[in-house]
Design a protein around this ligand. Structure first.
Ligand code: F6R
Length: 240
C-alpha cells in the first residue's frame, strides 16, 4: 500500500484528479471506476475544470460506479445516478452510453448479473476511486461481506444509514438496501485510489493499513492489492 498524506482536501482533490487525467490521456478508452459521497467531489470538480481547459477528453472513456441505493429511482435527488450527473457527467463530454451505474429499481439478481457481465465484457476496471466508511466499508460492502463477492444486494448497516442521513430530509428516508460492486470486483481493478479525510475516518484508515485482514473491516482486504494508494489528510492519517 502506498500512502500520501497531504495537508488539505483541495490538494488531495487536485492530486487525485491529475492521476485520473493522466490515465485518460494515457489510454483514451480507459475504464474508470467512480465513487459517490463527499470524498471524491473535489476530484470531480477539478476534472471538470481540466475538461473545460481542454486538457482531457471523456468521449471515449467508459465508467462504472461502485454502487446505488436500492429502491429509489434514477431521478431521485439522492440517487447516485443523480449525484454523478450533477457532480460530473452533466459537465463533461462523456458518452452516456458508456456510463454504468447499477439500477436501483428492478430485480436485484438480474441487475447484479448484468452489471458483472458488463464489467467483464469491458475487460475490468483500469482505475477505481474509493472512499471509505467509518466502519471500513468500501462501496457498500459492509462488515461481514464475503471477500469473493461480485455485484450484490446488501442491507445497509445502522451506522451507514446514520452517516448517510445527513444528505436526506430525515433518517427514515434513507434507503435500507443498496446494490454494490463486490470485494472481488474491486480487488480486480488494475489500480485503486482511496480518499479519506477527517478525524472520523482515522480508525477505519488505521484498520485498513495496519489491522488484521478480516471481513469485520472490509477495507483491510486492500492490503493485498498490488497497486493501491491512499490519499489522506493529517486527521485521517492521525492513528497510523
Ligand atoms: C459511495 C461509496 C461509499 C463511500 C463511503 C464514504 O459510492 O461507495 O463507500 O465512499 O461511504 O463516504 P464519504 O466520502 O461521504 O465519507
Amino acid at each position: 500500500m502506498k500512502i500520501e498524506i497531504i495537508d488539505s482536501y483541495k490538494k488531495i482533490s487536485r492530486r487525485v484528479a491529475s492521476i485520473v487525467a493522466r490515465q485518460i490521456i494515457y489510454k483514451n478508452r480507459s475504464i474508470l471506476g467512480f465513487a459517490t459521497g463527499s470524498s471524491p467531489i473535489g476530484t470531480y470538480s477539478t476534472l471538470i475544470k481540466m475538461y473545460e481547459y481542454g486538457i482531457i477528453d471523456f468521449s471515449e472513456i467508459t465508467t462504472f460506479n461502485l454502487d446505488e441505493y436500492y429502491g429509489i429511482s434514477e431521478d431521485h435527488f439522492q440517487s447516485y445516478h443523480y449525484f454523478m450527473n450533477t457532480n460530473l457527467f452533466d459537465h463533461v463530454n462523456v458518452n452516456r452510453e458508456n456510463v454504468n451505474i447499477p439500477n436501483g429499481i428492478g430485480d436485484p439478481k438480474t441487475i447484479c448479473e448484468e452489471y458483472n457481465k458488463k464489467i467483464d465484457s469491458c475487460g475490468g476496471i483500469d482505475l477505481q476511486i474509493l472512499g471509505i466508511g467509518r466502519n471500513g466499508h468500501i462501496g457498500f460492502n459492509e462488515p461481514g461481506v464475503e471477500f469473493d463477492s461480485t455485484t450484490h444486494l446488501v442491507e445497509l448497516k445502522k451506522e451507514t444509514i446514520e452517516a448517510n442521513s445527513r444528505f436526506f430530509d430525515s433518517i427514515e428516508d434513507v434507503p435500507k438496501k443498496a446494490i454494490t460492486m463486490g470485494i472481488k470486483t474491486i480487488l480486480n481493478c488494475q489500480k485503486i485510489i482511496l480518499i479519506a479525510t477527517g478525524i472520523e475516518k482515522a480508525e477505519a484508515v488505521f484498520k485498513t493499513v495496519r489491522g488484521k485482514i478480516s471481513t469485520d473491516t472490509p477495507s483491510s482486504i486492500l492490503q493485498l492489492h498490488p497497486d493501491i494508494t491512499l490519499f489522506l489528510d493529517e486527521e485521517a492519517a492521525s492513528k497510523l
